[in-house]
Design a protein around this ligand. Structure first.
Ligand code: NAP
Length: 253
């Protein structure tokens, strides 16, 4: 994030719940910040929308389904009418399970439409965000474009198998992030583009899979967000294009 500017403009995708909502709460404690936050379903975004009511000058909430490119384009147009720059963008949108869509335990459970949906939400959306927000990163202040990935997307670290769609879509996200970092490096070199592994965090996403996780390995949302903000604040331009864990170490591809 930018330490030199008087005002930081931040945009958090997927802020209705979980880690995204945690980022909004943490950023609201900072001075001189202006926060844009997206939600998909209004009916599950009550806490976020009530924060907007209590912080009307600072927090601006907008509905965006990241599988719809026109909605990302409209968001970018709207922010460009309000601001000339963004300094911090964190894409916290992700799915592991959603209704009948559940992580696959074996090849018998592979359905191409489910794989496509994992890729649409977990991988492709981040490229659309990078595509449409590029004009807002064309300035001279240090800035961060971060995508929340997952260590399960590490190919080198995959010793257990299973969860085909989730793993593959996060591995694809990391390749897309790296490629975005190279293009941003030419067009807006002061922007650091990274993937971040948050660690297992107590959210709706991990809830069905928490029973074999010890309490010290399961982070609260607040702890995860504080750790990720520390990583974000310590990033330098040489870090662009890499995949970082919550402890600041690089995750193997
Ligand atoms: N929790 C963990 O242990 C863990 C571990 C590793 C990585 N991660 C990653 O961290 C990120 C955040 O996860 P979380 O645990 O905070 O999950 P979560 O609590 O389930 O929140 C997911 C967020 O994604 C949004 N979303 C899903 N599909 C969307 C779409 N098509 N368009 C717009 N928004 C959409 C949800 O919006 P709605 O409220 O409208 O559904 C919600 O805001 C994800 O990328 C996840 O893969 C999490």
């Amino acid at each position: 994030m930018n330490n030199y500017q008087t005002q930081t403009n931040a945009l958090i995708f997927g802020a209705s719940r979980g880690i995204g909502l945690g980022f909004v709460k943490a950023l609201l404690k900072k001075q001189n910040i202006n926060i844009y936050a997206t939600y998909r379903r209004r009916n599950v975004a009550a806490e976020l929308l009530s924060l907007e009511t209590t912080h009307p000058q600072v927090l601006h909430c907008l509905a965006v389904d990241v599988t719809k490119e026109d909605q990302i384009a409209n968001l970018s147009d709207y922010i460009q009418q309000m601001e000339s720059k963004l300094h911090l963008v964190v894409n916290c949108v992700g799915i592991l399970h959603q209704g009948a869509l559940q992580p696959e335990k074996s090849l018998r459970q592979i359905y191409s439409e489910n794989l496509v949906y994992y890729f649409q939400v977990n991988s492709i959306a981040s490229t659309l965000i990078a595509k449409h927000l590029l004009p807002l990163f064309c300035h001279s202040n240090k800035s961060i474009l971060a995508f929340i990935s997952a260590k399960l997307g590490s190919i080198g670290d995959n010793h257990l198998g299973g969860w085909y769609g989730y793993r593959a879509s996060k591995a694809a996200l990391n390749m897309l992030m790296r490629t975005i970092a190279i293009e941003y490096g030419h067009k807006c070199p002061q922007t650091i583009v990274v993937s971040l592994h948050p660690g297992t965090t107590d959210t709706d996403l991990s809830k069905p899979f928490q029973k074999n996780i010890s309490s010290h390995q399961l982070f609260s949302i607040e702890k995860t967000v504080n750790q990720l903000l520390e990583v974000i604040n310590s990033l330098t331009e040489n870090d662009s294009g890499y995949f970082f864990s919550w402890d600041g170490n690089r995750v193997p591809w």
